[in-house]
Design a protein around this ligand. Structure first.
Ligand code: FAD
Length: 404
């Protein structure tokens, strides 16, 4: 049927790299593309290149389970994720691309008294920060998700949940493509199949990158390379407190609509939603070992599905269709790094680990402002690498909990 549809308009140009730009963004995932877009749109800096070793959005951006929420515990993290949530709410209009942001709500289940105390605390903190958040008891959860096993017979009975109604899911590819098209339209050069192999540094100041397509110069460089950030930091001569782990996800065969919200459980350890296509979209925790291969091991898949069947016995005979992995860059305090580095002009945006998709617009927005001004934006400032010296960590292990 599509055989006579020719001359499709390309969504973005395929330019030849220039010798010099004002800003280079390394990494064409959602965060890098969003940064480039906001640099051009909000700061008038359009002489920008996004340098991507593969294809745009081919990293974690297109491999994640797309859960978007902002119910983090500490003020610093809540400010960052809520800033992002507000941008999500207008994103399709802003970039003129339907990112299918669906505010269907997210439940974080509690299965023990301690879970429920933690939920109470986090919900109270959220409300003080103006973030929509509620504590539900088991009956409240059952009303929202009738197919969830909320009976006392369950191995880990559901005692309640936190509920963020404005949270939900979005279409990950569309986020990358939408930012890419909008950035390109403002003059940003998107350079695919262009791998950064080293940095050009003189007297402690960065002035360019080596790539497989030649050297490209710029005095401001933002490195947004997720699971490869440790490798890039090494090229620049310093270390980051990051570990790169595989994180897997899987989808089922398409089903009729059966689950209209997102359910996460730290305790049983899995999370699930249903895509608009009908697939159950499922994920859990990282594979324990370090690595850069974008795939994981079978025990993790098995454990994840045990958790899902524990919570949803109704899904026990659903067949799984596809499984894949990404490489996530986890930080000791489960918070990102948005920071200057020991090399002048070189900034890093990484450490989002298992939960950075939800932050894509906010991260790009504050990182662009930081690159434009040469000083970290106030929302980004608490996430400097200095915190690993000063001890001012933002411990979000509780809210990050199960990978998501
Ligand atoms: P990426 O999309 O990975 O982009 C980085 C880019 O850098 C890549 O395209 C890569 O090719 C490029 N690159 C690397 N090295 C070089 C180089 N030397 N030169 C040039 N380019 C280079 N987050 C949530 O909020 N909700 C979820 O439900 C969720 N689920 C997840 C499930 C899975 C299975 C995975 C893997 C992740 C999940 N995440 C989730 C995390 C989320 O996907 C990431 O935090 C986020 O997408 C990171 O975006 P990014 O743009 O920083 O990275």
């Amino acid at each position: 049927a599509l055989s006579h549809h020719e001359h499709w308009e390309r969504q973005w140009r395929n330019p030849t790299p220039k010798k010099q730009y004002d800003v280079i963004i390394v990494g064409g995932g959602g965060h890098g593309l969003a940064t480039a877009y906001y640099l051009a749109k909000e700061h008038g800096i359009t002489n920008v290149a996004v340098v991507e070793k593969g294809w745009l959005g081919g990293g974690n951006t297109a491999r994640n389970t797309t859960i978007v929420r902002s119910n983090y515990l500490w003020d610093e993290a809540a400010a960052l994720y809520e800033h992002s949530m507000k941008l999500w709410e207008g994103l399709s209009q802003d970039i003129n691309y339907n990112v299918m942001f669906s505010q269907r709500g997210v439940l974080n289940l509690g299965h023990t008294l301690q879970d429920m105390r933690d939920i109470q605390r986090r919900v109270n903190a959220n409300r003080l920060n103006g973030i929509d958040s509620e504590v539900l008891d088991a009956d409240g959860v059952q009303k929202i998700v009738p197919i969830l096993d909320c009976s006392k017979r369950a191995r880990y009975p559901v005692m309640g949940a936190s509920w963020q109604p404005r949270a939900g899911v979005a279409r990950h590819d569309a986020v990358a493509w939408g930012y890419a098209r909008a950035a390109d339209a403002l003059g940003v050069d998107l350079l695919q199949n262009t791998e950064v192999t080293g940095f050009k540094i003189r007297d402690g100041q960065v002035y360019g990158v080596h790539t497989n397509r030649g050297d490209i110069e710029a005095k401001t460089i933002g490195c947004v390379t997720a699971g490869n950030s440790g490798v890039l930091a090494k090229m620049a001569g310093f270390r980051l407190p990051l570990e790169s782990h595989p994180l897997q996800a899987l989808v089922s065969e398409p089903l009729k609509p059966i689950l209209d919200t997102v359910v996460m459980s730290n305790h049983v350890h899995g999370y699930i939603s249903q895509s608009d296509k009908g697939d159950l979209v499922i994920g859990a925790g990282i594979d324990g070992y370090n690595g850069y291969g974008q795939r994981g091991s079978f025990p993790t898949v098995e454990h994840t599905l045990q958790a899902i069947v524990e919570m949803f016995p109704i899904f026990s005979r659903v067949r799984m269709n596809r499984q894949w992995g990404g490489i996530v860059d986890t930080c000791p305090d489960a918070c990102p790094i948005l920071s200057k580095t020991p090399v002048k002009g070189l900034f890093f945006n990484c450490g989002w680990g298992t939960g950075g998709f939800k932050a894509t617009p906010g991260s790009g927005h504050v990182f662009a402002a930081s690159l434009a001004k040469g000083e970290m934006h106030p929302i980004a400032a608490p996430f400097s690498i200095d915190r690993f010296h000063s001890g001012a960590l933002v411990d979000e292990h509780g809210a990050a909990g199960v990978a998501h």
